[in-house]
Design a protein around this ligand. Structure first.
Ligand code: NAD
Length: 476
């Protein structure tokens, strides 16, 4: 299969074509493989009306029924996982094995939130006889959600799961560059019996959609994953209208390799993880601070592993790293690499675009960069690792915390004392020691500082989609 489909809007339980469309491009060969609908103001108006209708029905639907529909949709997505995985790879470029894993992860988000939604307990506050104070959590209303192109299925899944499990309705704008993953989600929910209007999909011009929807009365909450700059912009609009914003933004994840870690194992594990999704992951391990006593061995193991990575079309089962998502990433990466080299960094491997069709950038590692190199301060969001020696854990922690980001951070250490220093010292929403996995359905995920507001997943996730109501009752 070399072409994808023509993606339509989904509003009030019906699929809708539009006059204007945008092309969808396969990043592995730059072919146009389909189109995506562009919503106009009238479509967005209809989505608002439909989502208000959906909310009226769904917010009064029992949690057991909500869970049943979500679990049925997740089961359908699992059945359809191969078709979904292929569409993800066609539009995003990642290896098909990663697309398959993404679909399963998206299903886990649904399954976890379905389990949580029947346990959204309130509480009874102690009071004098004849008086009851009862605290309940109610769904907040319609959510306007925006998700990016790096995880076309699991990113929208997380937001749709949170909204629908909590009893909200949602207008979801996923990425126009990778629109099909969320279409599969909508089809699964349609087949699972979700009432019309609870889940609506729109695509189009991102700024038009967000600026149209966020101020509107029906929208009670914003959820966004993407760059910090866009996240700040949307948070400002939300603040002007006094609406809460759940923001999962950029990171620039540090990895601290302590002197008691196994440098070979850490080097291989780091290189294996760094180039997942061509490094286009907000939690991608990027700034490596390696104790000087094991620096050479770590770096050698890292580079040897990188040199074994097979780069190619993600539909080829042998491919371990695909293209980056678009030519914007190529330009941004090249600028960071050139700046690093100009400031004296050593190029360990890779360094530029691969001369073939498609948006391929070689898996790249730079070493010994000065702190003011652009790549050390700006999130590369691509296959670029930055490796620096440090003299102590304290120096590494100070460097790790020196940026305005704090999403994921990693450490490799054996002694309990080193593990404790890393876990306490690093400013991040997620600190992972001796593993490069940052989040799972059951663990809360999100950032500190400019990496975001709020948490997705875990026991905490659904509460963002709810408001607290206190009911005081004097018994007559
Ligand atoms: P971008 O910020 O322009 O776009 C990211 C997503 O936000 C896209 O899906 C886009 O449709 C959406 N978006 C952009 N402007 C919007 C607006 N005004 N209203 C609503 N939605 C809007 O970034 P990009 O050029 O695609 O990627 C650049 C940077 O974004 C990367 O370097 C990376 O830092 C960041 N990014 C982060 C994530 C993440 O998972 N946190 C994902 C993708 C991109």
């Amino acid at each position: 299969m070399t072409t994808n489909t023509d993606v339509q809007l989904y509003i009030g339980g019906a699929w809708r074509k539009t006059k204007d469309t945008l092309p969808v491009v396969n990043p592995a060969n730059e072919d146009v493989i389909g189109t995506v609908a562009v919503a106009g103001s009238a479509d967005l108006e209809d989505a608002l009306t439909a989502s208000a209708d959906g909310f009226r029905v769904w917010s009064r639907t029992s949690p057991w029924r909500r869970a049943e529909v979500i679990l049925k949709a997740a089961a359908l997505l699992r059945e359809r996982s191969e078709e979904i995985a292929r569409s993800i790879t066609l539009e995003n470029g990642k290896p098909i094995s990663e697309s398959r894993a993404e679909v399963i992860r998206g299903c886990e988000f649904f399954e976890w939130d379905a389990g949580e939604c029947v346990r959204l307990y309130g509480r009874v506050i102690p009071s004098e006889p004849g008086v009851r104070y009862v605290v309940v959590h109610e769904p907040i209303g319609t959510v306007a959600a925006f998700s990016p192109w790096n995880f076309p299925m699991s990113q929208p899944a997380r937001k749709i799961a949170g909204a629908i499990a909590s009893g909200c309705s949602i207008i979801m704008k996923a990425s126009e560059e990778t629109p099909t993953g969320v279409v599969h989600i909508a089809r699964a929910f349609e087949d699972a019996g979700l009432p019309p209007g609870v889940l609506n999909l729109v695509f189009g011009i991102p700024a038009h959609i967000s600026e149209f929807l966020i101020p509107r009365e029906q929208i009670r909450m914003i959820a966004f994953t993407g760059s910090t700059i866009v996240g700040k912009h949307l948070t400002e609009i939300a603040a002007r209208h006094m609406k809460p914003a759940l923001m999962e933004l950029g990171g620039h994840a540090p990895v601290i390799v302590c002197d008691d870690a196994d440098p070979i194992a850490a080097g291989i594990a780091s290189a294996s993880r760094k180039y997942r999704n061509s490094g286009q992951v907000c939690t991608s391990p990027t700034r490596f601070f390696v104790h000087e006593s094991i620096y050479e061995r770590f770096t050698k193991a890292f580079v040897e592993k990188v040199q074994s990575i097979t780069v190619g079309d993600g539909l080829d089962g042998a491919t371990e790293m695909g293209p980056v998502a678009n030519d914007r990433r190529i330009e941004a990466l090249q600028a960071l690499v050139d700046d690093g080299k100009a400031r004296g960094a050593k190029l360990l491997c890779g360094g530029g675009r691969l001369q073939r069709r498609g948006y391929f950038f070689a898996p790249t590692a730079l070493a010994e960069l000065p702190d003011d190199a652009r790549a050390m301060r700006e999130e590369p969001f691509g296959p670029l690792a930055l490796i620096n020696p440090v003299r102590s854990i304290d120096e590494a922690i100070e460097k790790a915390n020196s940026l305005p980001f704090g999403l994921a951070a990693y450490g490799f250490a054996r002694s309990a004392a080193n593990v404790d220093r890393l876990a306490r010292g690093i400013e991040a929403g997620n600190v992972s020691i001796n593993t490069l996995e940052a989040s799972r359905a059951e663990t809360p995920f999100g950032g500190v500082k400019e990496s975001g507001l709020g948490r997705e997943g875990g026991a905490e996730g659904l509460y963002h989609y709810m408001v607290v109501k206190n009911i005081s009752h004097v018994v007559e």
